[in-house]
Design a protein around this ligand. Structure first.
Ligand code: GDP
Length: 617
């Protein structure tokens, strides 16, 4: 899936480009021209990356032209070499000679060359691997003894659920075991992650100790502390879902009913706010100045303390400080590769500058880093769910969001929070229960539906039921259920459909194929990836592989990949905010919501300043 194709002279004059929205790729093309073409560096590789974008290019030394194709770097396009060569041939055939200032109308040829290249590439895509039958699987070869040993194995395999119909009752229902290649890879990954994550803070699925088989059967009852007041706490017990046990009248709706319209920003006081607090006393102001000075001198910036003097800075002077800065970023859960890139950008902006005092260096580092971080975190596209849902409503069709991600990251919980937010904005919602595998998944959504309707009874909304659940139980085809749900929503004029899907590991090919199918056949308005803020390098692996699988298995000319991110459990990470950076860097897509707790109101918008300040600490 190409974002932009351009033909320009080596001097940077654009002769032709593929679409009008080229301005968003201008910075990437300019960097390519400045950093590679003009300096004649790395032109052999014919590949260049900036942020989430990649450029593959071809040089025509005879006419001094560059043919460049820009795409999301998480996507692998295997036809680009041939495509660019064919572009060159077609362009030369049509124009032969180049005169600057001429008009180059190449649209028709471009479309022809592109569809030929895509068709040829589609033919090469291998047929999907047939799924193993149960008898062929490792699982069927397990003895009772091997299953007992399995309790000592990493939990990761256990959460790697299968979306194929659940085994018949007579078959063993314990998770796959044995030393299959997958197991070894999982175990090695876990070890590697432990090594790379100094804080030892890994996702709950990584770190939970093995539990006895009896405890694994279903989820334990969960306490939802609405607003933190234990008196108002409501038990959401997915395993025993008895309506009489739930005292709706105990819910203090004020605690959860304040979120309307735009989603509130994460509440983290920025430095500027602290400095500008008007009502604070003189003493408090003095204290704030001290705190502000401390934060400027401490944390990440303190590594640059030794670099003072009158001479100009060189990379050698900066190296020790940059290494500490990289470790600091990694300790905040920024993925290793991205931490290194951030350090490179700071190095580039400091190299050759005057050293000066510590304060001047500190503010230069801060400025350079802030610029890079803000660039990464600022959305390349705006996602305005309320506006788009209203537009869909006007057009008489439901607005559809599909939620995906690995197991236990908070998909269902945050789907319920988003549902609450939509109801507060007067949309009625249909939740499609498409996690047809995990025991308790449907009941969990049913419980949320009841609670949300209790908080927003039909009587308050002109007799409209604000949330309904569309479910077909377990073991059925998830894509089919989503399709029926969307049709039902269309026929009964429901405003928004939220599709919950089964959690899946990013390496599980059959499950990634079925997610890709679910998205392809249902053509949602938005695909949201739900990921935990707790993860470091793992976040990159998950996102790259989810995106790549959605692109590879879609068989669509324009596959629908991830549009945005829901970053959950932000309340549990203290100042280790790196996952926000890694995830946006990898996809170039915005963090649409941040989950900050276990009440329906714990849903916020990302606050770029807060994230940047936390990283500096
Ligand atoms: P799923 O398997 O991805 O659907 O995950 P669930 O929605 O079942 O959530 C898994 C666990 O994470 C539950 O115990 C949730 O209460 C918890 N959880 C979800 N979102 C958040 C959040 O933003 N903060 C905290 N602290 N916990 C959360």
């Amino acid at each position: 899936m190409l974002d932009f194709v351009v033909i320009f002279t080596k001097g940077g004059v654009v002769l032709w480009h593929s679409n009008a929205s080229g301005s968003s790729f201008a910075s990437c093309i300019n960097s390519l021209i400045r950093g590679v073409i003009l300096e004649e560096r790395n032109t052999e590789a014919k590949y260049f990356e900036e942020d989430h974008l990649a450029v593959q290019f071809k040089l025509d030394n005879e006419l001094d032209l560059v043919y460049a194709a820009i795409f999301q770097k998480v996507i692998k396009l295997n036809y680009l070499d041939g495509f660019l060569a064919d572009m060159q041939t077609a362009f030369k055939e049509k124009y032969g000679d180049i005169r600057l200032g001429d008009d180059y109308d190449f649209d028709r040829e471009y479309r022809r060359v592109l569809s030929a290249a895509e068709e040829a590439s589609a033919k090469q895509v291998k047929a999907p691997k047939a799924m193993r039958s149960y008898n062929e699987s490792q699982k069927s070869k397990k003895t009772v003894a091997s299953m007992i040993q399995d309790d000592k194995k990493p939990v990761e395999k256990r959460v790697n659920i299968q979306e194929s119909p659940p085994p018949a009752k007579s078959q063993p229902s314990s998770p796959a075991t044995g030393s299959s290649k997958d197991d070894i890879i999982m175990e090695n990954r876990r070890k590697l992650r432990e090594k790379l994550t100094p804080t030892k803070k890994t996702s709950p699925s990584d770190s939970k100790p093995s539990k006895p088989a009896s405890e694994k059967a279903g989820k334990k009852p969960r306490v939802w502390d609405l607003g933190g007041n234990s008196k108002d706490a409501v038990m959401l017990d997915r395993s025993k879902d008895t309506p009489e046990d739930v005292q709706y009248q105990n819910i203090n709706s004020e605690l959860v009913g304040t979120m309307q319209g735009v989603i509130r920003d994460l509440d983290v006081e920025s430095e500027a706010e602290a400095e500008n607090e008007e009502e604070s006393s003189e003493e408090e102001q003095e204290e704030q100045v001290q705190v502000s000075k401390k934060s400027k001198r401490g944390g990440l910036l303190s590594y640059f303390k030794g670099i003072v003097g009158a001479k100009t800075m060189s990379l050698a002077d900066l190296q020790p400080a940059l290494e500490k800065m990289r470790d600091h970023l990694i300790s905040k859960n920024v993925a290793t590769e991205i931490a290194a890139k951030l350090c490179d950008s700071v190095a580039t902006s400091l190299d050759g500058k005057q050293m000066g005092t510590f304060d001047s260096i500190a503010s230069q580092v801060k400025e350079a880093l802030t610029q890079s971080l803000v660039r990464i975190l600022s959305p390349k596209r705006r996602i305005d769910i309320i506006r788009d849902a209203l537009e869909s409503k006007r057009n008489g069709r439901p607005y559809t969001i599909i939620f995906c991600g690995v197991n236990g990251v908070g998909k269902s919980t945050n789907l319920a929070k988003i549902c609450f937010w939509l109801i507060e904005n007067d949309f009625n919602v249909l939740i499609a229960a498409c996690d047809t595998f995990r025991a308790g998944a449907v009941e969990q959504l049913r419980t949320h539906t009841r609670h949300l309707n209790a908080l927003h009874p039909a009587a308050k909304h002109d007799g409209r039921t604000m949330v309904q659940l569309y479910e077909k139980g377990y073991g059925k085809d998830a894509a089919g259920i989503a399709m029926e749900a969307i049709k039902f929503a269309h026929d009964t004029r429901v405003d928004v459909v939220l599709v919950d899907t089964a959690g899946r590991m990013q390496d599980n090919e059959p499950l990634m194929r079925s997610l890709s199918k679910l998205i392809k056949v249902n053509n949602p308005d938005l695909v949201l990836f739900v990921g935990e803020a707790l993860v470091g390098n793992e976040a990159v692996d998950q996102l790259v592989k989810f995106n790549q699988s959605l692109a590879d298995y879609s068989s669509n000319e324009n596959p629908h990949i991830i549009d945005g991110i829901v970053l959950t459990k932000f309340d549990t990470i203290d100042d280790k905010v790196g996952a926000a950076i890694s995830m946006t860097y990898i996809t170039g897509q915005p963090i649409v919501f941040v989950g900050t707790g276990q009440t329906y109101a714990d849903l916020k918008a990302i606050n770029v300043n807060a994230v940047v300040n936390s990283l500096m600490k």
